[in-house]
Design a protein around this ligand. Structure first.
Ligand SMILES: C[S@@+](CC[C@H](N)C(=O)[O-])C[C@H]1O[C@@H](n2cnc3c(N)ncnc32)[C@H](O)[C@@H]1O
Length: 507
């Protein structure tokens, strides 16, 4: 209230102060209606401005700064590690406008800009003195400017015969009235970064706390639960996902220990145990981007399927899906989610290493699909979303199939994900994927940026059709049907070196 008082004191000097008999109210700007309207008619706002100009000692405080001072929790919560909600009580003085109850709704529409907006605080309260009147809570920061009301607001006040008598109301703020950022800013050491962001996975808030926040981790977790409806558990990532199954090692900071959860993504429902499988809500756009590429009748091989966010939407489009994951828990939930979304007849589920999946079920199905009829119009897509490693798995396509190659338009399209920390991430991914396949992907691939994972770390998706010369055995005789011998680039200490490679040498 330190900052609040100053402008109010200033208002007291500016205008005659009249005590209000209402215990909690104190009139501050009791301008006679007639004199105000006269002034407004002459030049709305100007008389106030002129008067205020004389008080040049008023500190120039940024609205946000003043707002955060006024609405920050009491200073003695600083350093609190165990949440004590009662310590957040504080009384602040709020400017209010007294109006007849019949016109409240009409007026509120026009006073939106200046009305107080705080979580859990009513903008209109009963007048303890007069049951026919209401008090409109105003934003103190707006009231402390040179022109508290804009022309249009003043004009509506005039039309509705409202006396713009601004009074003080002592309002008690509690823990419920503070936003999570305000609470954490008040508790954590001054000047240190406060993060209140998290990924939401069903009922779970998934945080990634930094070193200096760790002493407050349980309190931060509890605040996240209190301030976000639907969140009943807060967990912190313990280390980076570098285990095989890409699930997070996590610590429950507060709330439910139960990590069994249910999420909705692009209108599909997924259930899983978040402590045992991979799920990232930031991939929903990518899941739908790939889904859009497939048409009814197409075939999808999902090599690293997780709990099904590519497989299930694609199956719903009446495509045939082969979905695989090495993690037995992902496999279990993938089966479950196929049933849950009623696509279990469309999806064949496997629990294999990606390479075995490619060289077993994928090979077998491709031999059938690509061999059947030259009339086939359906496309085959292979999704490989294991960004840390998927590029290595591309080698499984080399000489995978026997026999005569299918026509080029029927060749499978690969969507392979990768991380890159390179200055030119797209080029880096093209070169690394090309190096594994032993061909240049420069002219025959597209690279889509998926998301920024960390500063200087991008996730990308490279898409290309696997050339017959790579996919089929003994293709040296078919070389004349293909483009020039590709450039193979190999990483050296200095960067990339180039060498011409015969495609046939891949066999
Ligand atoms: C990054 S997640 C992607 C999951 C899913 N496609 C998605 O978009 O949410 C990678 C998945 O690959 C699985 N995985 C890891 N190594 C594997 C391997 N060698 N073979 C098959 N699956 C593997 C993990 O269990 C994990 O579910």
């Amino acid at each position: 209230s330190r900052f609040l008082r100053k402008p109010f004191e200033f208002s007291r000097q500016l205008l005659r102060v009249e005590s209000c008999s209402i215990t909690e109210l104190q009139s501050l700007i009791p301008l006679a209606w007639t004199s105000l309207t006269q002034k407004l008619r002459r030049a709305p706002g100007i008389s106030l401005l002129d008067q205020r100009k004389r008080f040049s000692t008023m500190p120039e405080i940024e609205t946000n700064e003043r707002d955060s001072e006024l609405f920050s929790p009491p200073s003695d919560v600083r350093g609190m590690t165990e949440l004590d909600r009662t310590a957040f009580k504080k009384t602040v003085t709020i400017p209010v406008l007294k109006v007849k109850k019949e016109i409240v709704n009409k007026l509120m529409r026009s006073l939106k800009r200046v009305a107080l907006q705080r979580p859990g605080i009513k903008r209109v309260i009963e007048d303890p003195e007069d049951e026919e009147s209401r008090l409109i809570m105003l934003d103190p920061c707006k009231m402390f400017t040179h022109d508290p009301f804009e022309k249009a607001e003043l004009s509506i006040l005039t039309q509705l015969n409202v006396i713009p008598q601004i009074s003080e109301y002592n309002l008690e703020l509690t823990y419920e009235n503070f936003k999570s950022e305000e609470i954490l800013k008040a508790v954590l050491p001054e000047g240190q970064d406060v993060t209140s962001g998290f990924s939401r996975v069903g009922h779970i808030a998934h945080l990634n706390l930094r070193e200096h926040q760790l002493p407050f981790k349980h309190l931060i977790g509890q605040v996240m639960i209190d301030k976000n409806p639907g969140i009943t558990s807060a967990v912190n990532k313990i280390n980076n996902i570098d285990n095989t199954y890409r699930n997070f090692q996590m610590e429950v900071l507060s709330g439910e220990e139960n990590m069994m959860t249910k999420v909705r993504e692009n209108n599909y429902t997924y259930e899983f145990d978040f402590s045992k499988v991979y799920w990232n809500p930031r991939l929903s756009t990518e899941h739908s981007r790939i889904t859009e590429l497939l048409k009814s009748g197409d075939v999808l091989f999902d090599v690293f399927a997780g709990v099904g966010p590519f497989a299930i939407p694609v199956a719903k489009k009446n495509c045939t899906v082969f979905a695989n994951d090495l993690n037995p828990e992902s496999y279990k939930w993938l089966l479950h989610n196929c049933k849950l979304n009623k696509v279990d007849r469309k999806v064949k589920v496997f629990n294999l290493d990606g390479k075995d999946f490619l060289q077993g079920p994928v090979k077998e199905e491709l031999m059938q699909q690509l061999g059947v009829s030259k009339e086939r119009k359906h496309s085959v897509h292979i999704v490989m979303n294991l960004p840390a490693k998927a590029i290595e798995f591309l080698s499984a396509f080399k000489s995978l199939l026997d026999g005569q190659p299918c026509s080029s338009e029927l060749l499978p399209t690969v969507h392979c994900y990768s991380f890159s920390k390179d200055a030119d991430p797209a080029e880096d991914v093209r070169q690394r994927a090309g190096a594994v396949l032993g061909m240049s992907l420069e002219a025959c691939s597209s690279v889509h940026p998926v998301r920024n994972v960390a500063p200087n770390k991008e996730m990308l998706c490279i898409t290309f059709q696997i050339p017959a010369s790579i996919l089929y055995k003994n293709q040296s005789m078919n070389l004349e049907n293909h483009e020039d011998p590709p450039i193979k680039r190999q990483r050296t200490d200095e960067g990339f070196s180039e060498e011409k490679t015969q495609i046939a040498s891949n066999t």
